[in-house]
Design a protein around this ligand. Structure first.
Ligand code: SF4
Ligand code: SF4
Length: 159
């Protein structure tokens, strides 16, 4: 008898049909969505900065107030399956966006590697560059705008 090939849940279950636990496990914990963003008034274009929300632990890349984040930080967005069509604002390495667009998780994902070690090796979390938003005057946030190049940040001059 030939054994049935095991397919992991993210290959067989669309994002919108995942259980809450499966949905949460797709997050790779990069912390990039917790970076502050600026939006161009005229074009609506969204620019990422390297400034992290003050509630992000930049070493673990975990939210310090995860359970109460939306009352602690009113602008915090909770990703839900019904927003899938709006995921283009997420960084292009975000596993929700990648899975939605390509149907494959990247080979560095903790669900495939078993830990975040490959993400850290490739510099794919914000751990090494996030700057606490509270240490920079809002008038200077534009100088912190970045662009993503292969999942890592590079300075971006918007002028
Ligand atoms: S950008 Fe995506 S994968 Fe990274 S922490 Fe945010 S939701 Fe998770
Ligand atoms: S409150 Fe937590 S989840 Fe929300 S943006 Fe800040 S660090 Fe991220």
């Amino acid at each position: 008898m030939i054994a049935k090939r095991y397919e992991p849940f993210w290959k067989t279950t669309p994002l919108e049909k995942m259980s809450p636990v499966e949905w949460e496990s797709i997050c790779d914990g990069c912390g990039k969505c917790c970076l502050q963003k600026l939006q161009d008034d005229e074009t609506d274009e969204v620019f990422y900065t390297d400034l992290s929300c003050h509630q992000l632990n930049a070493v673990s890349c975990q939210c310090k107030v995860y359970e109460t984040r939306q009352t602690e930080v009113p602008g915090c967005i909770t990703l839900t399956p019904d927003q899938i069509d709006e995921f283009q604002w997420l960084p292009d390495t975000c596993s929700y966006r990648v899975l939605h667009e390509t149907k494959e998780l990247p080979n560095w994902h903790p669900l495939l590697v078993g830990s975040d070690k490959e993400m850290l090796r490739q510099g794919l979390t914000v751990r090494h560059y996030a700057v606490n938003e509270q240490t920079v005057d809002e008038d200077d946030w534009e100088t912190h705008i970045i662009k993503w190049v292969h999942g890592t940040p590079e300075p971006y001059d918007v002028t």
